[in-house]
Design a protein. Sequence first.
Length: 240
Amino acid sequence: IYKWHYSGLNRWHGAGSTADFQKIIQERCDTYTQTIRPGSRSRNCQAIRQAFMSAFISKDPCKATKEDYNSLINLAPPTVPCGQQVFWSKTKELAHEYAKRRRLMTLEDTLLGYLADGLSWCGEPGSSDLNIWSCPDWRKDCRTNYVSVFWEVLSERFAESACNTVRVVLNGSLENAFDSMSIFGRVEAPNLRPQVELEAWLVHDTGKPPSDSCSGSSIRKLKSILDGRNVKFRCMDNLR
Ligand code: APR
C-alpha cells in the first residue's frame, strides 16, 4: 500500500485521463472530417490519433514540452480563414455561442481543438497505457503537464495565424476582464502579428452591475501589450 500510494498511479491531484480517450479522439476526428468540415483537406484520423498518443504515452506526465506536440500539430495546424477568429477568456460558453451565430471560429472549431475539448490525458513512464486514476494538476503538481502544454502550444499557433480583424470575448462581470496570466493574456495576445486588429467584446452578466469596463485598468493593460506589437485595438462594452 505504501509503495502504491507514493509511486503509484494515484499520486497526482488532478482527474485521471478521460475514459475511452483514444476512442473519443478517433470518433470526434471522424465526425469532424466527415460531417462538420467535410470540405476541409482530408485528414488521416488514424495518423492523428497515433500522433496524439505518441506525444505523451510512456512519458513523465510533468515533463511536457511544446516539441512533444510538433508532429501532431503539423498533421492539423489550427488555422482558420482570415478575419474569422474568436478568442475567449472566462467566457467559454458565451464565446462559442457568439462565434456560431456570426459564423466565426474559436480554437475548438479547429480539428485539434475540437478533438481535445474538455478531455483529460496523461501517461506514465514505463507503461503504454493512459493513467486513468489521476493526472497532474496545474497548481498542485506541475504546470508543464500534457494538457496545459497542449492548450498553450495550440493557442500559440492559433494566435500566430490570425489576420485582419479578430475578436476576443471577455467577462466584464469579473474584477479584471483581462487576465494577463490566462492563456489569452500570456499566449494569444502577445503572439498576434503586427497589423492585426483585435476587437474586444466585454460581456456583462445581466442583473449584476458591471465590474470592469473598456476604460478599466485591466483593458488598459491589454492595450499596452498590443501597442507594443503594433496590433490595433478596439473595445466594446456591454455587448449583451
Ligand atoms: N477544453 C478544456 N480545457 C481548456 C480548453 C478546452 N477547450 N481551452 C482551454 N482550456 C484550459 C486551458 O488550460 C485554459 O487556461 O482551460 C483554461 C481556461 O481558462 P480561462 O481563464 O477561461 O481562459 P484562458 O486561459 O484565456 O484560455 C482560453 O485560450 O485555448 C485558448 O483560444 C482559446 O482564447 C481561448 C483561450
